[in-house]
Write a protein that binds this ligand. Structure first.
Ligand SMILES: [Zn+2]
Length: 400
């Protein structure tokens, strides 16, 4: 930090308040030093009053603001230049790329969740399952859950169509006989459904014995059976924690049982409150980006291996571009909420143009090479993002 005239020289920075050593690190100072060259604390011996804090707060805001404006200006008007400057050492002019991206990600999520109110999903889910009581639990077993509810409906539909065929003379055997035959095979309320119902009643009558039998089951099948057991118990018996399960049903402390329990209770909560779940998962995205971009940058680094840039240089490039994407998406959200449209696609198109320009300018290669690398890197980006999102959501379901 030099003694630039642009920096503030009023208030506690006035000449009369300057000392001959730094109050922070005791580095000897000259009266002309505005800041300590060792720790960059202001050279001032003035006692602080509230007004100083007030003034400094605003000046720092303006100071950040001008940095902010310069960063925004460079990003929007000269894509790629900002990274070039930053990598070459012209840094204090611009905001720190890592902090900048984090702030933008949070701002974007704030606006995004304001525009898309996912908590409405909770209410919708409540309406869909009007009474998730002990008499009407959510079935984690999707197959039997579906068949159980509709067996009479299926029977009606089948007999209806068979009767129609009969009346048109399309079959040799009368419809009533066919239905009887299908019924005897157990198509409508077949063995499968019966088994499920029997299993449920055994489970509820003597949970301890039932779980003992499950203990010996291993692998995925065992895990699923345990989850089914816990799903029933949590809903019918208002089981609230694992210790309770151990006390009441003699559940063991095995890792597989614990995993089964926690994932079941998470899953039930997700089904009950899907909106809150989506909100909680989306809130994790800024952190995910900070893991995702370094991974993606490995590919950029590979594609431009012959360039003199280091891995960190490539990382700054991808942070700058991600920041620009957030800036454009924020603009799109603002426009959407004012004009009640959806402009995201247009802004993504604008971004893809910016990205190409940035690659051209930062890496300085010809059109053809840049286009090939552009397509390759975007494909990689899309695949990685898809995997990460799937991983994020499934991971969230079991830890919610
Ligand atoms: Zn100092």
């Amino acid at each position: 930090m030099g003694n630039k005239p642009s920096l503030i020289s009023k208030g506690r920075y006035e000449l009369k308040f300057r000392g001959n050593k730094c109050l922070n690190c005791e580095h000897p100072l000259d009266i002309s030093d505005k800041y300590c060259p060792n720790c960059s604390q202001a050279n001032s011996t003035k006692k602080l009053v509230l007004k100083d804090f007030w003034d400094e707060f605003f000046s720092s805001l303006i100071n950040y603001d001008s940095k902010l404006l310069k960063t925004l200006y460079a990003m929007l008007l000269r894509p790629g230049t900002i990274t070039k400057h930053y990598v070459e050492g012209k840094r204090i002019t611009y905001t720190n790329p890592f902090r900048f991206l984090l702030s933008l990600a949070f701002l974007y999520l704030l606006l995004f969740s304001y525009n898309n109110n996912f908590s409405n999903w909770d209410k919708a889910a409540e309406k869909l399952k009007p009474n998730m009581t002990s008499d009407n639990p959510i079935s984690l077993d999707l197959v039997s859950g579906g068949v159980l509810g509709d067996s009479t409906k299926i029977k009606e539909q089948v007999s209806q169509s068979l009767k129609e065929m009969d009346s048109m003379g399309l079959t040799d055997v009368p419809a009533s006989k066919q239905i009887q035959y299908l019924d005897s095979l157990g198509v409508f309320n077949g063995q499968f459904v019966e088994n499920e119902a029997r299993k449920d009643s055994i489970m509820l009558a003597d949970p301890k014995t039932y779980f003992k039998k499950l203990k010996n089951k291993s692998g995925v099948g065992g895990l699923v059976s345990k989850m089914e057991f816990f799903s029933n118990m949590i809903q019918r018996d208002s089981l609230t924690n694992y210790e309770e399960a151990q006390r009441e049903y003699g559940v063991d402390g095995a890792l597989s049982s614990r995993i089964a329990y926690s994932s079941t209770s998470s899953l039930l909560r997700v089904i009950k409150e899907p909106g809150s779940f989506v909100n909680a998962t989306i809130a994790k995205l800024p952190f995910v980006i900070f893991f995702f971009l370094p991974l993606f940058t490995v590919f950029i680094w590979m594609v431009y291996i012959r360039k003199k840039y280091t891995y960190t240089d490539h990382l700054i490039f991808s942070f700058h571009n991600q920041s620009l994407l957030f800036i454009l998406l924020i603009l799109s959200l603002i426009i959407d909420s004012i004009f009640k449209t959806s402009s995201a696609a247009i802004f993504l198109l604008i971004f893809s143009f910016y990205l190409y320009k940035a690659m051209r300018r930062f890496y300085g290669q010809g059109r053809f090479k840049t286009i090939v690398k552009y397509i390759f890197l975007n494909t990689i980006f899309a695949f990685l993002a898809l995997f990460v999102l799937i991983g994020l959501f499934t991971g969230s379901v079991f830890t919610y």
